[in-house]
Design a protein around this ligand. Structure first.
Ligand code: ZN
Length: 258
């Protein structure tokens, strides 16, 4: 080693390495953070622990973990600011909502902020099952959002891909899940712009009840997807078919990147 001892060279290289890390790492992290989109999965903590040990938000988030380029955040009504502080709501590209027993506890002020984020700023909104009566769901639809009937007399739900070319149906084949609660038509919502999924509930008495399962709307600048399946005593959000639908729905609902 001409003019440079092994020790001095090693020390020099190490110093360079440390300096490079110090200079380039924060920038790399900043770029990564900027490039990642953000989906927030919100639920109210009322699902039975025997079915959803860490509630529905975590089960859905686990199914979204393989989405490339997405940060997945769970939020609950029991968190500060009901799980959606301004900074998080501003950062969210898509908000997924599962509610049932605590609709009335959601603050109107928060609902207004969600509606603004969707309609004026293009945040995607995904509403699940009993969230048809959630305040943000009703505010965005502008209708009663009631189903014709709610009955716990079904055993399975066969989901049929009605529009295979729709982005939310990509790679999804017809499938059947255990589902003990049916919502019957008519569903009091505006005419959807697409209905990628329909379904048939099989009843305990041998009968059947068909209804729409997956519906899409454009609401102002934002995209809105409703999925009827997701009763809290059925492990629906662990099902691989449903998880694929949820991943597709997040990608579909996200605002266009500039
Ligand atoms: Zn239910």
């Amino acid at each position: 080693m001409n003019g440079c001892s092994w020790f001095a060279c090693t020390l020099g290289l190490l110093t360079l390495a440390v300096l490079s890390l110090a200079v380039f790492s924060p920038r790399a992290h900043a770029q990564e953070a900027k490039a990642k989109r953000c989906v927030v999965v919100w639920s109210e903590g009322t699902a039975p622990r025997s079915v959803y040990p860490k509630d529905i938000n975590t089960a859905i988030a686990e199914g979204l973990a393989s989405l490339d380029g997405w940060e997945v955040v769970t939020a609950s009504i029991s968190d500060p600011d009901q799980g959606l502080p301004d900074a998080l709501l501003e950062r969210a590209d898509v908000l997924i909502w599962w509610g049932h027993k605590k609709h009335d506890l959601v603050k109107d002020e928060l609902v207004e902020k969600i509606v603004k984020r969707v309609k004026d700023e293009g945040m995607g909104f995904i509403s699940l099952h009993s969230s048809h009566f959630a305040k943000p769901n009703k505010a965005l639809m502008g209708t009663a959002c009631s189903w014709g009937a709610y009955k716990g007399d079904s055993t399975t739900l066969k989901v049929t891909v009605k529009d295979p070319n729709h982005p939310i149906a990509k790679g999804v084949k017809d499938f059947t899940i255990a589902h003990s609660e049916r919502y019957s038509e008519p569903y009091a919502v505006p005419e959807p712009q697409a209905t990628p999924f329909e379904g048939v509930h099989s009843l305990k008495d041998g009968g059947t009840d068909p209804s729409r399962i997956g519906l899409c709307w454009q609401v102002g600048k934002g995209k809105f997807f409703y999925l009827q399946a997701g009763h809290e005593t059925n492990p629906v959000y662990f099902d691989e078919n449903v998880r694929l639908i949820m991943r597709n729905a997040v990608e579909w609902a996200a605002p266009e990147t500039e």
